[in-house]
Write a protein that binds this ligand. Structure first.
Ligand SMILES: Cc1cc2nc3c(=O)[nH]c(=O)nc-3n(C[C@H](O)[C@H](O)[C@H](O)COP(=O)(O)OP(=O)(O)OC[C@H]3O[C@@H](n4cnc5c(N)ncnc54)[C@H](O)[C@@H]3O)c2cc1C
Ligand code: SF4
Length: 329
């Protein structure tokens, strides 16, 4: 590990000032320390944000929830309001990592964790994300876990967070503080970028911009579910995951929100898929039509080709279950 400086400010303002070029915030450290050990990330200074007042979960005036960036994944999954009103979020959190990791991992850090691409983690390999212009080892290499949607000729990495997928289905927003003290609030959909020609730029955050909270709108009505397909029953990242919030009225689909993980550089949500399902009577033909639309531009790179039919099956199974019966929320 390369030598680095370390500060532990007491205020958000001081953290912003300390996070100039070359610095990185550290929260739970469960991803950043790994990356520093592999010398994939080599910050000159760590700004430890653990003393900042970012731990609370409060109700908002609009009837939603404001989740501080330092709330741990374990505490968030156990919160009564989350379990009752946003079960898709609780389930996604509990599907991620291990109990020990969830006790350390934070809301902000989980959203901003880096891809699990093997080539990104190995500095002896080419990787445009780690070193722009060096190439991409995965495109013609071992790419079983890689993207089939939204990828580019420069990078086919996926975003690894389960929590982010649920938050995307719930229309969450991100609250941040820029280093000059300004507050920003924007849809989570705008946080992560597709790789395009600049895979090294993963988010729209500026240098030193601190995520302070996630805002959930009032709970959506309908059945909420999170399903995750992975190589082991626990302690493994998603090959494909699906967060769904689906409401039925009589025999029709009244509303639907679907966000998918494991397919792209960000949690994937396709408005056209939701549009074709809304107002319709469920049927296998309708579900196939939705899957055709979702996967119309899907492209495998070889070892990850299986994700395309797998996604179809996951989507159809989720739609079948949610529209067939009164699923518990
Ligand atoms: C073995 C293993 C298995 C795992 N399995 C899963 C899984 O199945 N699903 C899953 O979703 N995750 C999984 N994880 C990832 C784990 O959830 C993340 O490591 C964790 O959520 C990161 O949170 P952290 O607080 O430790 O972040 P850190 O490691 O402290 O930080 C991660 C990144 O976020 C930045 N950052 C942190 N907080 C802020 C903030 N408030 N504002 C701005 N930037 C910030 C840091 O600078 C850093 O770049 C796994 C991890 C391990 C080690
Ligand atoms: S897929 Fe992206 S992260 Fe992986 S090697 Fe290629 S450029 Fe790097």
């Amino acid at each position: 590990m390369k030598p680095f400086g370390y500060v532990r400010p007491d205020t958000i303002a001081a953290a912003g000032k300390a996070a100039q070029s070359g610095a990185a915030f550290i929260a739970g450290g469960t991803n950043l320390i790994d990356l520093m050990q592999h010398e994939v990330m080599t910050p000159q200074r760590l700004v430890d944000i653990s003393r900042l007042d970012l731990r609370g979960i409060q109700g908002t005036a609009q009837g939603g929830l404001r989740i501080g960036a330092l709330v741990t994944n374990a505490d968030l999954a156990a919160d009564d309001r989350v379990r009752r009103d946003y079960p898709v979020l609780a389930r996604a959190l509990l599907a991620g990592a291990s109990p020990q990791l969830r006790n350390k991992a934070t809301t902000g850090g989980n959203l901003l964790q880096r891809t699990r691409c093997y080539y990104f983690y190995d500095p002896s390999q080419p990787c445009n994300k780690r070193q722009p212009g060096s190439g991409c080892g995965a495109i013609t290499g071992v790419n079983r876990i890689h993207a089939v949607l939204g990828a580019s000729a420069h990078c086919i990495a996926t975003h690894p967070s389960d929590m982010a997928v649920a938050l995307r289905a719930l229309d969450a927003e991100v609250e941040t503080k820029t280093p000059d003290g300004a507050q920003r609030r924007f849809p989570l959909a705008d946080l992560h970028r597709l790789p395009g020609g600049t895979p090294e730029q993963e988010t729209d955050l500026a240098q030193g911009e601190l995520v302070t909270a996630i805002i959930l709108p009032p709970a959506k009505t309908g059945c909420q579910d999170y399903r995750k397909v992975r190589d082991r029953a626990s302690y493994a990242f998603a090959l494909v995951s699906l967060a769904s919030v689906i409401e039925m009225q009589a025999d029709r689909i009244a509303s639907v929100a679907l966000a998918i993980g494991g397919l792209a550089h960000k949690p994937w949500r396709d408005p056209l898929v939701e549009q074709v399902l809304t107002g319709e009577v469920p049927s296998e033909a309708l579900f196939d039509h939705a899957a055709d639309i979702l996967l119309r531009d899907a492209k495998g790179a070889g070892s990850n080709d299986f994700k395309i039919p797998l996604t179809r099956r996951v989507l159809k199974a989720a739609l079948r279950d949610a529209t067939r019966s009164e699923m518990p929320t």
